[in-house]
Design a binder for this molecule. Structure first.
Ligand code: BG6
Length: 420
């Protein structure tokens, strides 16, 4: 494998480099008979995405014919707001066709994320209750214990909202809530995902204030280890106002989901590393148990564990053995590790392979990226106009600012936290 790796260095804005690259690829092509099929994987600083593709096109490296293909993979962040995402799409679509552009989101490469579709649509028993009649609310948590590591300069410009919400979290929301696609053809799946993204209610400025929470971590402890606050991290300004935590309450305006809140949260340096989706069902009419001690009973919850635990669990009530009718919450558990004999893969290898075989199902289309940004745009505007005054507002190693708990408590609900 190493013998087939080559390296060509150059500046992205130097047009000659692209001609050199073209000659270079021709040679590689001859040596290895690669049929002139190339994909260009742009894991560069985002400000270069547009110009690199333009330069590739100028030297003819984006030209396809019936015998060979040319594709580009674009890493995130795809734009930093809705206008810049639109501009980037326009710039790319001037020189490439949509079917040549692969906007990567590594969450879609995770087996456990793809399993959401299998779980929902390959089983007859869940879909009939997957709607507002039976579901009380949905929680999506992407909790990380890591801080910003060595990415302070990127992260301080981006913040938790841009870094996680319009991309990864929007994927989790759309897969959880979309209608069944007519097939697993790329556009059939993406059409349905796109409809959800368009149906997410867009907020007024007042709503941003009541339906979103932001936070930044201060010093704290994780696993008995003292950790610095965000403002003490490498390449982060000492007075940074960048959020490292976000929580939100979203609504999807369609017949399936009207009035079912989708609560989401994500943050760095939280109490546990855990990505999961909780589907909480409506309570049973408990009058039947009015003379029994049932007040602590948890409602039915279906939990899709995305990482690091990989599996699905369903919580339901069972009678506690004994002479009186007492109920306790029990779990039915599926863990990937117990089945199939292989570990789920983490994403990139699957996505790079899909790009090679020309399957765009797990890549974001232009309209989806823009729709994701439209959801967060009002939040970006309000947060920019009203800089936070209470940062840092949560200690490293906790579940985020207390306002995130209050966001649910106001509605009589609670986050489900999974410790290690
Ligand atoms: C990246 C974000 O896209 O996803 C990071 O930029 C984040 O900040 C990471 O840590 C999370 O991915 P995973 O696969 O570890 O859940």
């Amino acid at each position: 494998f190493c013998k087939r790796l080559y390296y060509l260095s150059g500046e992205f804005d130097n047009k000659n480099v692209y001609s050199q690259l073209k000659d270079f690829l021709q040679k590689v092509d001859q040596d290895h008979t690669t049929h002139s099929n190339f994909f260009f994987y742009l894991a560069t600083a985002p400000s270069f995405f547009g110009q690199i593709v333009e330069h590739l096109a100028e030297v003819g490296l984006m030209e396809e014919d019936n015998h060979h293909w040319r594709r580009v993979i674009i890493e995130k962040p795809f734009g930093h707001d809705v206008d810049s995402a639109r501009l980037l799409n326009q710039q790319l679509l001037k020189v490439a066709k949509e079917k040549q552009i692969y906007r990567i989101d590594h969450y879609l490469g995770k087996e456990t994320v793809q399993n959401i579709l299998a779980f929902r649509f390959a089983n007859g028993i869940f879909e009939p209750i997957w709607n507002r009649r039976y579901i009380d609310h949905v929680q999506i948590s992407v909790a990380e214990t890591v801080g910003v590591e060595r990415r302070g300069s990127y992260y301080d410009q981006a913040g938790a909202l841009r870094d996680m919400v319009p991309n990864h979290i929007m994927q989790l929301i759309s897969l959880t809530s979309m209608e069944p696609p007519v097939s697993f053809h790329a556009d059939a799946v993406r059409d349905e995902q796109g409809k959800i993204l368009h149906a997410i209610q867009q907020w007024s400025s007042e709503e941003v204030l009541t339906k979103t929470v932001r936070g930044q971590y201060g010093p704290g402890m994780i696993d008995g280890q003292h950790l610095p606050g965000y403002r003490e991290e490498e390449d982060v300004p000492r007075d940074s106002k960048t959020e490292t935590f976000v929580a939100m309450k979203l609504q999807i305006d369609n017949w399936r989901w009207a009035d079912v809140p989708f609560y989401l949260r994500t943050g760095k340096r939280l109490a546990a590393q855990n990505t999961h989706i909780v589907i909480q069902f409506r309570r049973a009419p408990f009058v039947l148990f009015r003379d029994t001690p049932v007040e602590n009973l948890m409602p039915n919850q279906l939990v899709l564990h995305i990482s690091p635990e990989e599996g699905i669990s369903l919580q339901f009530a069972a009678k506690v053995p004994g002479p009186i009718m007492r109920l306790g919450a029990v779990d039915m558990n599926f863990e990937y590790a117990d089945y199939f004999g292989v570990q789920p893969s983490t994403g990139y290898e699957r996505l790079l392979h899909d790009c090679m075989i020309g399957d765009q199902t797990l890549f974001q289309r232009a309209d989806m990226v823009e729709a994701g940004w439209c959801v967060v745009s009002p939040v970006l505007d309000v947060w920019k106009a009203l800089p936070p005054r209470n940062f840092p507002n949560y200690a490293a190693g906790t579940w985020g600012p207390k306002e995130a708990d209050e966001l649910l408590e106001r509605d009589g609900r609670h986050w489900r936290n999974f410790e290690k």
